[in-house]
Design a protein around this ligand. Sequence first.
Ligand code: GDP
Ligand code: ZN
Length: 357
Amino acid sequence: MNIRAGWTPERQAQLEALGDPSLVGARVSVEHRGAYGLAGCAVETARLAGRFRRADAGVDWPAVGDWVAVRPEGATGGSGVIHHVLPRAGLLERKRPGANRAQAVAANVDVVFVVTTAERPPNLRRVERTLAVAAAGGARPVIVLNKVDLAADADGDLRALASVAGGARCLGCSAATGAGVDGLRGELPAGTTGALLGPSGAGKSSLVNALLGDQRLATGTVRLTDAKGRHTTTRRELIELPGGAWLIDTPGVRELGLWQAGEGIDQTFDDVTALAAACRFRDCTHRGEPGCAVASALAAGDLDEGRYASFEKLRREEAFQERQQDPRAAAASRGRSKAIHKQQRARRRVDPKLRDD
Ligand code: GDP
Ligand code: ZN
């Protein structure tokens, strides 16, 4: 196994800059009650250094997919202590259901597979929401229509999905027959990280297994011990694929409440934002002002009403969430997401492979 896939010279430099030769680099493969499973080094399990727990620490706790600096301990070195989270290329997050806080879904994700099922007509509104969350997390979305073996009209479904994709690729596949799975694999060159998001039952776990092929048994479980000494055996959520890419399976992520997703919404609805930019008034609310390009497009049928209503709904949800949020946390989170987007745009400029076309 190429345990260093994704460990770039940049990350090596970040580790060395910490100036502590006893620290090694590793990647978080699962988290449970403050206990962590690691991949990419000899240290299999770890707990957090005390500095993370101080109330005034102001540092992010590690999430699945994070690269961390860990100090091996004990005679065997099989466990250790996480001392730092290395800078993130992106962070997928959602609003924690029932709370006014962010919940990290996964860090350093390059590609989000937005998984839908061909068993019934695709839920385009749900797809748009997922696209916005992916974009807000700095990831490139790819829409996946799974279960094409059961489809009544796969081409029609793919056309409908393409109409809301905002330029994201749309791929049909079947985890059951293996059709199209190579297309998904092609989106994940060695060293990159993919994650699967979609409603339960769409076939995410089946797709993980299809992508793993014969490696399925090698992914295994990890035995974790939390701070209170409780033991659990948990399935790893970060899996290394045979080709050297990583895949993050996020079981239990059903609801995708928006968290700091303004930029992600604008990116997902770039057709609507382009129209809005052409309105006569800069602060046009598109509710009857003269010279409103959005209203004209709706009247002419160039902009789908369902899509526009979806844009409005997500924007309202985002605005509501921001108003509810503690202003200091909001500012910090906005700063973080701005920095990530700036980085992302710069990278797209230099690397044509990362363009969303
Ligand atoms: P998840 O909840 O998104 O992880 O979905 P699962 O992977 O557990 O799949 C849900 C059900 O759909 C299971 O019974 C799978 O066997 C079935 N399934 C998954 N992918 C396909 C597919 O491509 N074709 C067919 N016919 N069934 C599938
Ligand atoms: Zn307008």
